[in-house]
Every structure is written in C-alpha cells, then in structure tokens.
Design a protein. Structure first.
Length: 419
C-alpha cells in the first residue's frame, strides 16, 4: 500500500533521545534485522534490495540493487562507502538522520556490507558536521563493543569493519570518485568514469558508494521484504522520501513523506503554506543543482521519474524564444535530486538568487576541467566535463533563464537595481 503522510521508516526514532543509545536502539527492535540478514545468503539480500526498487537518495536516483550487482562476482576485496558529505545547498537530511539514528545507519551498513562481502568499510562525513561525527564515533564504538562489528560478528565468522572518516568541507568531495580520492589521501578531485567505482574504486578495489538515507532503508527492507517496500512508493521508486524544505514557507524542516506527494500538498499540508500570505514563484525540487519548477508545475509528485523526461536530463541550450520544456506537457526536465526543496515566494529577486547559486558553483569547481573552471563564469559547460558539477552549474541557470526570462530582462532594464 502506498505510504501516507505520517508513514515513517527512517525517521521513526526522531526526537527519541533514548533510542540514540545502543540499549535504547535495541529496545526498539534495533539490530534485529542484522541477525536476520546474517542468516541470509548475500545474493538473497541483494535480490531483496533489487525487488524493493530502492533508489539512491544521494542525487541521481539510481537503483541500489542494480548498482550492487555491478560488483564483479570474483572480486576478492570489496568496500562499502557511505557518502555522508551532504553539501548540496538546500539539503540537510543526512545530518538529522545521523544525529537521531546513528545505529540505524550502522545496521544498514553492516547488512549491506554482508550482501557485498565487503570487509573494510567507511563513512565519509562532511568535515563541518562535528556533532554528527562525534555521535557516529560513539555509536560505532558501541557496536564494536557489542560484537556487531569486528572480525567475527555475532559469532558468525563474518568480518565487517567500519571507520568514520572526516572530509575537509569541499563540496566536490560529495561526488563519489572525488570522495574516494579524498579517502585515499589524495586531492579531492573526481576521476574519469568508466571505470565506475563498483568495478574499480577505493584503492583500486570494487567499491559501492551509497548515500546515508539509502543505506538506512536497508534494515526495513530486510524486515518486511522488498515487495512491501516497493508497494509503499510510486512507479519505479520504492519507499518514502526524506525532503528538506527551506525558503519561504511557514514551517520549514526535514520531513519523511510519501513518494507520490505533490509539491502543492507538501507546501500547503506539511509546511503550513507560503509565508506572509504570499504565492509561490519558483521551487527548486532537489538541491540547487536542479532546474526549478514554476508555479504552474507544482502538482507533480516529488518521485524521481515524475520530475524528468528521460533516463537523464538532456539540457537544451537556451535561445530567445526556445522553451526549456521542449517536449511539452509534463516534461519538466528537472530531477528529484537530493531532496533539498527551496521554495521562493513571488517577491523573490530571481536573478539575484541565481547569481548566488552560480557563485557557489564557481567557488566549488575543483578546477580540473577547463570548461568548468573557466565556464562557471559564462556557462557553456553542460556535457563537457569529468563530473556532473559542470552540468549542475549549467542546469539551474538554463532552467531559471527559460522559465523566468522576464525577470532577467526587467533587471537588465533597471540596470541591475532591485525592483
Ligand atoms: C558535485 C556532486 C556532489 C555530490 N554530493 C553528494 C553528497 O553530498 N552526498 C551524496 O550522497 N551524494 C552526492 N553526490 C552523488 C554521488 O556522486 C553518488 O552518486 C551517490 O553518493 C551515490 O549514492 P546513492 O546511489 O545512494 O544515491 C554528488 C554528485 C556530484 C556530481
Ligand atoms: S566538472 Fe568541475 S568539479 Fe567536476 S572534475 Fe571538472 S572541474 Fe572538477
């Protein structure tokens, strides 16, 4: 049955201070799914995750089970790395998830490591998240002391080790191959793909990189099954979604919501409407890398496929009179991304907001590719760079310029002055 507002999988322990400790977590059923998973064959766990239609919550929405299946069957050393870098402006869910339920992430990682036969595993956490780093360090130590981690977990002969590693605050280190370089002690710059990390990743070994929220869904899939998880969602996207709503709403925050909820319902029912009695002008649907929706497009669900036309966005260069939505209808050409939703009211100075976003990307470019390093200033980048940061800088600019062209023209007519 599709999830309803109030269905909670990964936020069930939010606000429960006791459940953040190991005994408290265990009292609420914690580590029960690990015991169940350890009795399962690794390939059966992967099959269950595949059946669940769990899709990566880090940005691209790729099928988790399919990605796990890319690890070569004869691999001798495999790693699982949790991407806890969370730097996409507008996104702040992983921070809350790790703070409120660190053991759920650890349990999800141990089950996933067992499925992947991965021994040495890592959580790569954004450097600024000191509070969450300390929470995780404590929880990992507790899990080692109780025998959930170590050389012979729960007497099964299975070895799973887990290290928490702090980044140093570079946005690009959230990109999975830059993250792996950083973890190896190299400069945090993306690698050319292929090879993809699942084939050649950390220290040259097959490596699965998954987002915090993605991994925290795994225990529930083991508990109730892939079919149950899939049925909670919509279309090809199983489960619920964590969104972080910020901007001009009365009640911003981090919410676990049904996949099928529309942006209109989210703003009105969950976030108490637009502040000061104003109207929506634009909504960034999944972190600032994503092209915006305008006020006429808010009845679309926040589910991954609903927000885009094809397997990948194919941005079109904007010429005067050429619509961004070349396909017409519901072809929104944006993405659900990382769940960072930014609501802008009808008083927003759109060119100024976009200028701020572009400054961010220009600052965070790692400088490896000329189109991105130089082009973040003049934006003719999409499709020409090693990693998606170049695309991510171009997409919102193209989207805003197409959908809000009049705002830019008016600002030019005012010679840049505020309205
Ligand atoms: C510039 C850039 C920044 C990224 N930042 C993050 C991040 O902070 N956290 C994250 O989970 N994924 C981030 N990603 C996506 C990762 O590369 C990767 O796809 C993801 O961690 C895979 O996990 P998933 O399959 O569970 O989504 C970023 C990608 C790019 C191109
Ligand atoms: S696209 Fe930009 S951030 Fe990505 S590798 Fe090239 S220069 Fe670095």
């Amino acid at each position: 049955m599709p999830a309803e507002i109030g269905t909670k999988i990964v936020t069930a322990r939010f606000g429960n201070n006791e459940a953040r400790t190991l005994p408290g977590y265990e009292r609420t059923g914690g580590y029960g799914q690990l015991r169940k998973a350890l009795a399962m064959r690794p390939e059966d766990i992967t099959a269950e995750v595949k059946a669940s239609n769990l899709r990566g919550r880090g940005g691209a929405g790729f099928s988790t089970g399919v990605k796990w299946g890319f690890v070569p069957k004869d691999a001798r050393t495999v790693h699982l790395v949790c991407n806890a870098d969370e730097s996409e402006p507008g996104t702040c869910k992983d921070r809350e998830l790790m703070f409120w339920d660190p053991h759920l992430l650890i349990e999800g990682m141990i089950i996933s490591a067992h499925a992947l036969k991965a021994v040495h595993n890592y959580i790569y956490i954004r450097g600024e998240m000191m509070r969450e780093y300390l929470v995780l360090q404590k929880a990992v130590a507790e899990a080692y002391a109780r025998g959930y981690l170590g050389q012979n977990i729960l007497g099964t002969g299975i070895e799973v080790q887990l290290t928490v590693h702090r980044g140093a605050g570079a946005y690009i280190c959230g990109e999975e191959t830059a993250l792996l370089n950083s973890l190896e002690g190299l400069r945090g710059q993306p690698r050319l793909k292929p090879p993809f990390p699942a084939v050649k990743g950390l220290f040259g070994n097959p490596t699965i990189v998954n987002n915090v929220e993605t991994l925290m869904n795994v225990p529930a899939i083991i508990d109730k099954g892939g079919a149950w998880f899939n049925a909670l969602g919509m279309g090809r996207s199983g489960g619920t979604r964590i969104v972080c709503v910020s901007g001009h709403v009365n009640r911003p925050g981090v919410f676990e919501l049904p996949m099928g909820i529309t942006f209109t319902e989210m703003i009105d029912k969950v976030c108490g409407g637009v502040w000061k009695g104003r109207k929506v002008k634009a909504v960034i649907p999944g972190g600032v890398s994503m092209p915006p929706l305008d006020a006429s497009e808010l009845d679309v669900p926040c589910e991954f496929d609903a927000l885009q036309t094809d397997e990948r966005i194919k941005p079109v260069m904007v010429r005067p009179g050429q619509p961004f939505d070349v396909g017409g209808g519901r072809q929104l050409r944006t993405m659900a991304g990382s769940g960072g939703i930014v609501v802008m009211d009808d008083m927003t100075d759109i060119p100024r907001a976009v200028w701020r976003i572009m400054k961010f990307f220009a600052h965070e470019s790692c400088g490896q590719c000329t189109p991105c390093r130089e082009g973040c200033g003049w934006l003719d980048i999409a499709g020409n760079t090693i990693c998606a940061l170049g695309d991510a800088a171009a997409w919102p600019m193209l989207g805003f310029l197409t959908k809000f062209r009049a705002d830019f023209e008016a600002k030019i007519a005012r010679k840049g002055k505020a309205a």
